[in-house]
Write a protein that binds this ligand. Structure first.
Ligand code: SAH
Ligand code: SF4
Ligand code: F3S
Length: 451
């Protein structure tokens, strides 16, 4: 028996990147319109959405083990007379479609990332027990149809919010599934982004992170129909009173124009942190990856960024063990990391993905070599991160406070360089920026004192 609409609960479990985190919120917004409140835990949900990631094999295999557990949960609830619907969303849904229904009988709905505005309709169609797949790339733009979050929903999500401004990718790096799972690159119109931002700021948001698979390739239409880049969007956002900080990710090295670089010198609200994945330090491997730039060009972009903003913190993504990667190629990657000095980095063993060019290459690197290279790279990354954090000790930095800490009297937030900082301080600082002197280093955060 289905519960009355107003008592329905949804639980969204997300994997993968920030875009999935943002999409989860938008799904909750659209489901709220259907009477679904948020379930505090998965056991009490009438609708469970697995918001999945397909980027590496481990990520997408995890979905099926999760679904196995959800099947048991569904059976257990059925024994108590409660019905449960299970939906698979995100990039595995897009990539596998109906195959998911075949592999797991407990799944009711498979919904691709471009169809979230259709969630209510799919739910209604599945009311009679039909199993439904919607992985079309619809002609209409989901953002035109997704409802705005309520003030209450925004407040519950904290003072730092995501806004997707660009989605999809046309770059087809030879290892990557994103162009297949998220479709062609589209930029949202400027006015719509500004509207979203104003709504968030009016509800108390102080920091917005603009999201896109290639966020610095943003080219949205303005009110006159003219195409505008990310720099212009920054300027418009910076004019919103109450918005303290602007961040953006993920950038591609090929899309950093001078205007955007200069924004880091000229717009105070743009934070001095850039996530700029390079993947490899070897020109040979970059070519095989279809990254379409050379290491020297990457280094030149970093020089330009650091000239504009000397204290800029940089982070990157690396793949080790791409097909054909030799010891010498890997040493080039290590050399690049030494040369740049990253504040943080994410690194992964190459994972062959179905449908991508690189998966067909015959010169795959043995797993043992990948493991070894990853360990060496990560050791260096940890050392550089520690060094970067160490260098902030004794400095005064602005911290945007986001929440109360684990101990009473403690509050936590982020430095401009995206470091977690904890201080003893009053709760009413949450949502505001205050000067902090950094005094200590913990494994995953810095400690400081209010100035
Ligand atoms: N759009 C971003 C990255 C998106 S995916 C960019 O162009 O850089 C996030 C990261 O996952 C990538 O930067 C890459 O390091 C990693 N990744 C993507 N495909 C992968 C694969 N097949 N195997 C291992 N890592 C992968
Ligand atoms: Fe994937 Fe490359 Fe596009 Fe990034 S730029 S999303 S790595 S295809
Ligand atoms: Fe994963 Fe899709 Fe993001 S594959 S990394 S959830 S765009």
């Amino acid at each position: 028996m289905s519960p009355p609409p107003q008592a329905r609960k949804v639980f969204v479990k997300s994997f993968g990147c920030q875009m999935n985190v943002y999409d989860a919120e938008r799904m909750k917004d659209v489901l709220a319109g259907e009477g679904y409140g948020e379930a505090a835990d998965i056991e009490n949900a009438d609708l469970i959405v697995l918001n999945t990631c397909h980027i590496r094999e481990r990520a997408s295999e995890k979905v099926f083990s999760e679904l196995g557990k959800l099947r048991e949960l569904k059976d257990g609830r059925r024994a108590l007379g409660k019905s449960t619907r299970i939906a698979v969303a995100g990039c595995v849904a897009q990539a596998e479609g109906g195959e998911i229904l075949r592999r797991q009988a407990a799944v009711d709905i498979v919904i691709g990332p471009q169809s979230y505005h259709r969630f209510p309709e799919l739910l209604r169609r599945s009311d009679n027990g039909s199993r439904i797949v919607d992985t079309e790339f619809p002609v209409e733009d989901k953002f035109d149809h997704l409802p705005a979050p309520t003030t209450e929903a925004i407040r519950s999500r904290g003072v730092s919010a995501f806004v997707t401004i660009q989605e999809g990718c046309d770059k087809f790096c030879s290892f990557c599934v994103v162009p297949f799972t998220r479709g062609a690159e589209i930029s949202r119109p400027l006015a719509r982004v500004i509207e979203d931002a104003r709504l968030l700021v009016d509800a108390g948001v102080a920091e917005i992170t603009l999201l896109g698979q290639n966020v610095n390739a943003y080219h949205g239409a303005d009110e006159t129909g003219a195409t505008r880049g990310l720099r212009h969007l920054f300027e418009r956002l910076a004019a919103i009173p109450g918005l303290e900080r602007i961040r953006y990710m993920t950038s591609h090295p090929n899309d950093f124009d001078d205007e955007l670089v200069a924004a880091h010198a000229e717009i105070d609200k743009v934070m001095p942190f850039v996530h700029l994945p390079v993947q490899s330090g070897s020109d040979r491997i970059l070519k095989a990856m279809n990254r379409k730039h050379r290491i020297e060009e990457y280094l030149e972009t970093i020089r330009r960024l650091r000239a504009a903003r000397p204290d800029l913190a940089l982070s990157s993504d690396f793949i080790v063990g791409f097909p054909g990667e030799s010891d010498a190629d890997f040493e080039d990657t290590i050399g690049l990391i030494h040369e740049v000095n990253f504040a943080s980095a994410f690194s992964f063993k190459y994972s062959p993905r179905p449908g991508t060019k690189a998966a067909e290459l015959t010169n795959q690197v043995p797993e043992t070599v990948k493991i070894e290279r990853l360990a060496r790279l990560q050791e260096l990354e940890v050392a550089q991160r520690r060094e970067f954090n160490q260098a902030t000790i004794g400095r005064e930095v602005d911290v945007l406070f986001e929440k109360t800490g684990r101990h009473p009297g403690q509050i936590g937030g982020k430095s401009p360089y995206l470091q977690a900082v904890h201080v003893e301080g009053p709760v009413n600082l949450v949502g505001r920026v205050a000067k902090v002197r950094i005094v200590g280093l913990k494994p995953n955060s810095l400690t400081g004192e209010l100035v």
